[in-house]
Design a protein around this ligand. Structure first.
Ligand code: PLP
Length: 355
């Protein structure tokens, strides 16, 4: 985590770094992430209760709620625990206007520059800013946007440059005498940090801090090439072996049928541990350091692998599902998803050992 954070800082062109720790730090555990990212300038997440937990654990630097508050009752909590929040809609501004807060809160004013998820349009952002600026309990205002395709090397329907043009237009419309252009900015996620060279005051890397690549596309730059190290290795072991003959089938639905003699290894890991049930035959798995593949359907507590060409594999052999030696992005690509989803889905029952 420290290594990847340093990599993010090197790509941030002097911007301060929000280490994104939403979704239980992408499945890694909040407390562990707080220690790993101790050198970050702030921690950013979505969950208000986890933000409070960070304060209780002793995090004293800034905390940002990426989606802001969900309910007016979150506002006194934000003031009490000094949580920054994004403000992305009129309803939030109305809640702020009605609130009486003990301390001012700093906000990230979010602009929708074409992703059409959260934020004020460039035409609406100046009005939103003016209303916020007039509130005594609003402290520093940072302008923020989020890119839809920062990980795309090729042409896209919404190029990053187009989002930046809209962002600049919105910013220029704020206040008088270029007030908007002097506001602090928060722009890049991991893909922005790794693949673009934008100047801003804050960056918001997530996946890269956990050693994953933002681009799930086949042929995209690997995490290793980006200089990132895996932070989560999912390991188990072989708990049973079946030597089967041609025509025998394996697992629920008998989806796999042996074409010849096959040595089947049973791994103590299933979808109840967070391994994707939809991972198809051949999804890569490492057994005793040898690369082999999944066979049959993933079940709740077990999955099966082909040991025919893994010399010396036996009950007790170590299995790496992803992480060190088996890039999570490769597993994700085979399973039709992205590393993010695999990390976030790690189940609470999986015991965690810290290296
Ligand atoms: C999750 C999130 C990020 C981090 O994205 P990564 O692709 O994991 O780097 C950044 N900004 C916002 C607003 C987010 O919600």
């Amino acid at each position: 985590m420290q290594h990847n954070l340093a990599r993010a800082r090197a790509g941030a062109r002097g911007a301060k770094v929000w280490a994104v720790v939403k979704a239980n730090a992408y499945g890694h555990g909040l407390e562990r992430a707080m220690r790993g990212f101790a050198e970050a300038d702030g921690l950013a997440l979505v969950e208000v209760d986890y933000a409070v937990r960070l304060r209780e654990l002793g995090w004293s630097k800034p905390i940002l709620l990426l989606e802001g508050f969900f309910d007016a009752s979150d506002l006194p909590v934000m003031a009490q625990y000094d949580l920054n929040g994004s403000v992305h809609c009129e309803e939030q501004i109305a809640m702020l206007a009605a609130a009486q807060l003990s301390h001012p809160i700093d906000v990230h004013l979010k602009m929708n520059t074409g992703m059409n998820r959260l934020g004020f349009t460039p035409a609406a952002v100046a009005g939103a800013y003016a209303r916020l600026r007039a509130m005594p309990h609003i402290g520093m205002i940072t302008v923020m946007t989020h890119f839809a395709n920062a990980d795309e090397a090729g042409p896209t329907r919404l190029p990053l440059a187009q989002q930046m043009l809209r962002f600049e237009a919105g910013v220029a419309s704020i206040g008088a005498a270029g007030e908007g252009t002097r506001l602090p900015r928060s722009l890049c996620n991991s893909a922005g940090v790794l693949m673009h060279h934008l100047d801003s005051d804050w960056v918001r890397p997530g996946i890269m801090l956990y050693g994953g690549t933002p681009s799930g596309a086949p042929g995209g730059t690997s995490a290793q090439t980006f200089g990132l190290l895996p932070t989560m290795t999912l390991r188990s072991s072989i708990i049973g072996i079946q030597d089967i003959a041609a025509g025998e089938v394996v697992g629920y639905g008998s989806r796999y049928q042996a074409a010849g003699n096959v040595k089947v290894g049973v791994v103590a890991c299933g979808y109840a541990d967070g391994y994707p049930r939809h991972a198809p035959e051949g999804t890569p798995v490492l057994v005793d350091g040898v690369r082999t593949g999944l066979i049959g359907r993933v079940s709740m507590d077990m999955l099966m692998v082909d040991l025919t060409h893994v010399p010396g594999a036996k009950v007790g052999s170590s299995v790496t599902l992803w992480g060190q030696g088996m890039p999570i992005d490769e597993v994700a690509l085979a399973a039709g998803t992205i590393g993010y989803e695999l990390m976030c889905a790690l189940a609470p029952r999986v015991p965690v050992n810290e290296a």
